[in-house]
Write a protein that binds this ligand. Structure first.
Ligand SMILES: [Zn+2]
Length: 79
């Protein structure tokens, strides 16, 4: 049973998410808020994005590692 955790950037409740098997993450907690200041701000900081897509970082925590915060790299469509 995971704790209720909240994004420190936008105060949204973090959603549990099972990482792809190759990542070895298991279940993690992610901020899925597209308006999150952390997520929105990350778009402009990443280089080498192509015209149709850009990368963003969502705020995430790893319950298996004392809820350590990390950046979850995520694709999102522009427009
Ligand atoms: Zn957030």
């Amino acid at each position: 049973m995971l704790e209720d955790r909240y994004c420190p950037h936008c105060k949204a409740q973090l959603q549990s998410w099972i990482g792809p098997p190759e990542t070895g993450w298991g279940e993690i907690l992610v901020c899925n808020n597209n308006e999150c200041t952390f997520y929105v701000g990350s778009k402009t900081e990443i280089q080498n994005k192509d015209e149709d897509n850009s990368l963003g970082c969502r705020y995430a925590e790893d319950p298996d590692n004392c809820y350590t915060a990390f950046n979850l790299l995520a694709w999102h469509k522009v427009g």
